[in-house]
Design a protein around this ligand. Sequence first.
Ligand code: SF4
Ligand code: SF4
Length: 362
Amino acid sequence: MLYKQLGNTGKRVSAIGFGAMRFKKEEYSKSLDICAELVVKACELGVNYVDTAPGYCDGMSEKIVGRAVAQMKEKPYLSTKCGLWNATDASGTRRIIESSLKNLQSEKITVYNMWSLKSLDDYRQMTRKGGNYDGILKAKEEGLIEHICCTAHADGETIRTIVGDGKVEVVTLGYNALNFAYRREGVKACREKGLGVVVMNPLGGGVIPRYADKFSFIKTRPDESVATAALRFLLGHEEISVTLPGISGVRELEECVAAADNVTPVTEERLAEMSKLLGAELNTLCTGCRYCDECPSGVPIPQLMEAYNSYLLSGEKKAIKERLGMHWSLSPKDAAACTACGQCEPLCTQKLPIIKRLGEIR
Ligand code: SF4
Ligand code: SF4
């Protein structure tokens, strides 16, 4: 396992962390212990950073991680979160922190995240006087939290502004071989300020392995899969401390851990070359993050945008209809309910022209 400094926190973390959001429902609905074993196994293989959240896996993720941690002599670093939908002020945030500590069976949380900042407005809302940040800061002063972090879904320049405010020591962001250009400025800003960078969504919501032939240029060795190459691409960034693949089984876990061997540094020249190879279309794929999935008219936006990916990647319009029908029993006509109210586009982590694409699909 490769280990890296988590910015200036003094923590040395495994380059592959455990993203605890993909436990299998059929397993945790039977017994949390089945999933907890996977976390224990990951730590035996050298993983020492586990990222969870109150809402992951129907609220079971923190409890699963807690069961795993309770069995371990050497505890991993723990990361969890509070979003504006969990609490809007300091006292509400305090209640969420206490609930997480109980679930995690721990006396402290290593990294606590202001969760899902999609814009500067979200950041200002959480850091206003009496807001979430004040609750987190107080918990830190009491020793319940070690480091304050944010998970950012905004563009690179917005992340630079947040980082410049000096309130966080670590930033968790979605960054991968598909969208790196969009958040590159944010990653650079973290490096300049000595902040740790944790990367989520390393495989672009599964888009990269699903369309492996289109992304074969990510590979630097003939014997690696595109998914492994996409992980190594991130591990090779000196600015990135931890990469968080969502892990749901032992085989996946072992593949991810194996990716952390013999990593080659990623240079600016390589990034420029990859930007060219990605081209404009691959750079604007939906990553299936579902942050847009709150349409007041009930439009199934993530599914329609994912089907649009099939069109972008195949060049064939019929691919949209096929994907919608085969995977979700939906039709292009489902795009017709859009009233162009504009609510979804600011929420999109890829800043996609959703309304225009829905019009094309329709
Ligand atoms: S713009 Fe269309 S798809 Fe987006 S939230 Fe509004 S109605 Fe829904
Ligand atoms: S349209 Fe944007 S926000 Fe919605 S799932 Fe795709 S990438 Fe995520």
